[in-house]
Design a protein around this ligand. Structure first.
Ligand SMILES: C[S@@+](CC[C@H](N)C(=O)[O-])C[C@H]1O[C@@H](n2cnc3c(N)ncnc32)[C@H](O)[C@@H]1O
Length: 272
């Protein structure tokens, strides 16, 4: 158990206790991230990423994100930590390389602090590390075969643009988010087991996940993840919730009386 208070300087919603995160766009812009990262929908909130790093990790430790995406975890390298990122998509890997190049230009020794691996984490793991911090892909999320030209359920072109971007960034047929729910669960359980093997004793695995709505019902992805870790012999160490700022899409869905998910889960598991 960790005695530190999680995200001590970030306010909580007085009714729900959920963490209210400040917007991260400006901070990201002021760091080493390539402008291409800004428009990307699937990145972890920078302030949440920082709060988790502060909470679980110490300088000189090695942190791994096996679903590295745009490379948000790279910020840990500026706090004297080693960072290893894996992604299966060439486009994400290239984006991570651009971010790293910007970082190295400012601080040359970062060259040896950040390791970027292109490949399928089911083949690359286990990799020994102190902590894993990750936001996993979602079943079927990238299984987009055709870009929709118009979306009745969206206020503007935003979702169409997102479809286009997702297609462009998810070309690899082995991308886990192209799998249907059944195959996804089988494969993710395998990845979670490989993650459990990677972490050294006393280390942690932190998962940031948002439940989803399917056919009008909330699907508790967070609870499924907890069951997988508990089955693997890992007890849940801490569980936090943070409030997701509403998008145009969720606001419209809510005004139509549809169920929307307003919170994301951060679940921390610690290796005995
Ligand atoms: C939700 S995103 C991660 C976002 C990341 N935390 C960030 O802040 O940008 C999930 C990522 O998992 C990658 N992915 C999917 N299947 C994979 C696999 N088998 N091995 C490695 N990466 C994979 C996708 O390409 C995508 O970039």
């Amino acid at each position: 158990m960790n005695d530190k208070i999680f995200a001590p300087l970030i306010p909580r919603d007085p009714d729900t206790g959920w963490i209210i995160l400040p917007r991260d766009t400006e901070d990201r812009r002021n760091l080493f991230f390539d402008p291409e990262v800004m428009s990307h929908p699937a990145k972890m909130n920078l302030n949440m990423q920082q709060a988790i790093i502060d909470h679980v990790a110490e300088p000189m430790q090695t942190l791994l994100d096996p679903f590295g995406g745009t490379g948000t975890l790279m910020i840990a390298s500026m706090q004297d930590m080693n960072v290893v990122l894996i992604d299966i998509e060439e486009k994400y890997h290239e984006l991570q390389k651009k971010n790293k190049a910007n970082l190295v230009q400012e601080i040359p020794e970062m060259e040896y602090r950040v390791t970027l691996l292109l490949g399928d984490n089911r083949f690359l793991l286990p990799i020994p590390c102190h902590h894993i911090i990750t936001s996993p892909p979602y079943a079927g999320a990238m299984d987009i075969r055709k870009v929709r030209e118009k979306r009745e359920d969206a206020p503007d072109e935003w979702l169409v643009k997102m479809d286009q971007q997702m297609m462009e960034y998810s070309k690899n047929p082995r991308n886990i988010s192209k799998l249907n729910t059944f195959m996804y669960n089988q494969n993710m359980e395998r990845v979670y087991k490989l993650m459990m093997q990677s972490v050294l004793p006393g280390g942690t695995i932190t998962i940031n996940i948002k439940d989803r709505i399917e056919k009008g019902k909330r699907v508790y992805l967070s609870k499924w993840i907890e069951r997988v870790f508990n089955r693997g012999g890992w007890a849940t160490s801490e569980w936090y919730k943070w409030k997701v700022p509403g998008s145009g899409f969720t606001n419209i869905a809510r005004s139509q009386g549809k169920l929307v998910v307003d919170d994301e889960d951060v679940i921390i598991f610690r290796k005995a």
